[in-house]
Design a protein around this ligand. Structure first.
Ligand SMILES: [Zn+2]
Length: 131
């Protein structure tokens, strides 16, 4: 049950993107689901980190100073994905990437069921897969 694009129905993959907030703050390494279809290229922030991102934006407020923030320092999932991306051994990073995708899929399922206890548990498990 891989995540499908809500616009065109193609598969989506997780990549790390820089997100700009209020034109002044660059938030680095935010995990984003991106549609694999080049023409569509629809993207959305990975659900698991939406809360982390939201609380960061609340902290920054409406009128933030110009700055760059490394999202991986506040989000375990982002941290994990950066580690995977930097991992030279592709078999290791592929295996980890698959595991993360599995857990993200489960998270989507838990979310669609509105099962908050399960969502919490999956968030917890995601933060535990460390290299
Ligand atoms: Zn698409």
């Amino acid at each position: 049950m891989q995540k499908k694009c809500s616009r065109c129905g193609s598969d989506m993959e997780v990549v790390l993107r820089n997100v700009v907030y209020r034109k002044r703050v660059r938030i680095l390494n935010v995990p984003v689901h991106v549609c694999v279809d080049d023409e569509c290229a629809h993207s959305q922030v990975v659900d698991v980190v939406k809360e982390d991102l939201k609380s960061l934006m609340e902290e920054l407020g409406q009128d933030p100073a110009r700055q760059a923030i490394e999202f991986e320092e506040m989000s375990e999932l982002s941290h994990l994905l950066v580690l995977i991306a930097n991992e030279g051994d592709s078999t290791v990073s592929e295996a980890l990437g698959e595991r993360v995708n599995e857990l993200l899929d489960l998270f989507l399922l838990a979310q669609s069921l509105g099962d908050e206890k399960w969502m919490l548990e999956l968030r917890h498990r995601l933060t535990k897969i460390m290299v």
